[in-house]
Design a protein. Sequence first.
Length: 51
Amino acid sequence: MNIQYMCEMASISRSGYYSWIQREQYRIQKENQDKQHFELILKAFQYKTMP
C-alpha cells in the first residue's frame, strides 16, 4: 500500500501524516511526562488515603 492510498482511506492529508510522523519524539516525551505525573499523583493519593 502506498501512503497516498492509506491517507485517503483514513481521511487525512498526506502533509498531516508526515507532520504526525515528525512529532514522534515529542509524543514520546509527552507520554513519559504524563506517566511521571500520574505516578506522583498516585503516590500523593495513596499517602492521603492511608489509615
